[in-house]
Design a protein around this ligand. Structure first.
Ligand code: FFO
Ligand code: GTP
Ligand code: MG
Length: 459
């Protein structure tokens, strides 16, 4: 194992809470904590059994004054999260106690950990690979239980396993090609070339299968972006509030109430939905409202799905039509709101709408709200997410898969010209390298640093 210094950080979230954990990891974790720990039973931590706990006090290193009452646990490397000696101090929750204990560990010789440094060590020490480490952030940020399930699977190495299998086969193929080149007999090269071509196509198929999950994978991780649009006063903010079951947005009968974009997550049977309420779109001279309308239009560009809301108690007008024109190329569903009022909108007016889904609702009475949820579910993930499936949720992985596929395609291109069989092995090696970026086997140090810098402190 590599040699690292000993690091410390608060691993729980800082604030009022029952208990906080200060995690210390590295060769000197136990002696460092021992130097500021006074056990109830008077014993030093030296020789403490792994995966056991001790009760006592953290004391000021110099004055020996008691700082906090704690429980200390010990996990001897390599059987710990970081694969290094790890000591965790469970102190009283609260910002002051927690920071005081952390400060003492630093005074006693630990270094304050950087963001993600514990997980980075688990990676650098070889306990987990890079995609597993990235899954740790996804677990923390998971929006729904389903997103969490997918992240846990990735943390267990489900993607790594597939990637490593393909890489191993690629390496075998490279070896075979190089052996063939060393014994140049024309017909042998031809046989190898034909065989390699078939193999390469199956790898491309496997990569395509992974890539085909990327769009849904991204939605599983980040949520499906659903933007509610429509002219002022149709009931957009009322819908957001109803789906959230919370009075999040201001609702009034004054057209032009919402100005800022409001974004909140809801959970539809495990599918995370990022619901975005926007300012009603219309021509306006009001400078604040105008900015709101601009923002609405920006959000339309980013949307995975648009909910177009119309007010069925009014006739379709030019403002509605302009919005319909604006979202023409996007995936959208139509809600005809205020069903509880007298209907003025006629169905022939709606014939120009290009959506399978036109749903009558009343946000006021709650009628039809369940249909919206079902409709969104139908539109994405074909109605259900199969939790046993692998999803590529990480954009970095997706890009590496694409590059690796391009190299494999190039290799096939070269192999069609049998004389250049050794040139193909260069492309195959590039594909192998690109896949290795996912697991972290062939990734540059600055990219590794960037990935872990996105973690929170103490992770
Ligand atoms: N107190 C505490 N709770 C925690 C963590 C932690 O670091 N501390 N974790 C931090 O995220 C998570 C648990 N993750 C962990 C992952 C691996 C090992 C570990 O020791 N792995 C050894 C096997 C140990 C064994 O089999 O007995 C290994 O893989 O070699 C421990 C925790 C969630 N809960
Ligand atoms: N009768 C009836 N009124 C509704 C319904 N939904 C919303 N409203 C009312 O319509 C008015 C406008 O609602 P909002 O949710 O503020 O409309 P909005 O589309 O967000 O409006 P802007 O933010 O101005 O673009 C409010 O008075 C709501 O109470 C409904 O289903 N039936
Ligand atoms: Mg509004």
């Amino acid at each position: 194992m590599k040699e690292f210094d000993t690091i410390a950080a608060v691993s729980t979230s800082l604030g009022e809470g029952g208990v906080s954990i200060i995690r210390v990891s590295g060769d000197n974790a136990l002696p460092i904590v021992d130097s500021i720990f006074k056990a109830k039973n008077g014993k030093s931590l030296e020789g403490m059994k792994t995966y056991t706990m001790r009760y006592g006090f953290i004391v000021d290193k110099d004055s020996r004054e008691v700082i906090d009452e704690v429980i200390v646990s010990y996990m001897r490397g390599p059987r710990s999260f970081t694969a290094e000696d790890t000591v965790e101090i469970n102190c009283h929750g609260g910002v002051v106690a927690t920071n005081r204990v952390l400060e003492e560990t630093i005074k006693a010789g630990a270094r304050l950990a950087e963001r993600g440094e514990f997980t980075k060590r688990a990676f650098l020490n070889g306990r987990i690979d890079l995609s597993q480490a990235e899954a740790v952030i996804d677990i923390i940020n998971a929006k729904t239980e389903l997103s969490m399930k997918s992240a846990i699977k990735q943390s267990e190495g489900i993607i790594s396993k597939e990637i490593s299998a393909i890489r191993a086969e690629l390496l075998g193929l490279i070896a075979h090609i190089e052996a063939t080149v060393d014994y140049p007999e024309d017909d042998l090269e031809e046989v190898t070339s034909k065989k390699a071509n078939i193999q390469l196509s199956t790898f491309i198929d496997e990569i395509d299968r992974l890539l085909s999950t990327a769009e849904e994978g991204k939605m599983l991780k980040e949520g499906i972006k659903v933007v509610i649009v429509g002219k002022p006063n149709v009931g957009k903010s009322s819908l957001l509030n109803a789906l959230l079951q919370e009075k999040r947005a201001i609702v009034t009968d004054v057209p032009g109430t919402t100005r800022d974009v409001i974004e909140e997550y809801i959970n539809i049977d495990g599918i995370p939905i990022k619901l975005i309420d926007t300012a009603g779109i219309r021509e306006t001279e009001n400078i604040v409202e105008k900015i709101g309308v601009e923002k609405s239009k920006e959000k339309i560009e980013e949307a995975d799905l648009i909910i177009l809301m119309l007010d069925l108690s009014r006739k379709l007008d030019r403002e509605d039509e302009e919005i319909i024109e604006y979202i023409r190329d996007k995936k959208y569903i139509v809600l005809l709101n205020k069903k509880d009022l007298n209907r003025q909108m006629e169905s022939k007016e709606l014939s120009k709408l290009d959506s399978k889904y036109i749903i009558d609702i009343s946000v006021k009475t709650g009628e039809g709200l369940d249909n919206i949820k079902n409709c969104i579910k139908q539109l994405f993930f074909k109605g259900e997410i199969k939790t046993e499936d692998i999803y590529v949720t990480n954009n970095r992985h997706k890009e590496a898969l694409i590059r690796s596929k391009e190299s494999l395609r190039a290799a096939i291109g070269v192999l069609e010209n049998v004389e250049a069989i050794d040139l193909a092995s260069i492309d195959i090696r590039n594909a192998w390298t690109a896949l290795g970026e996912i697991t972290g086997d062939t990734v540059e140090e600055d990219i590794i640093d960037k990935i872990f810098a996105e973690f929170c402190l103490g992770k």
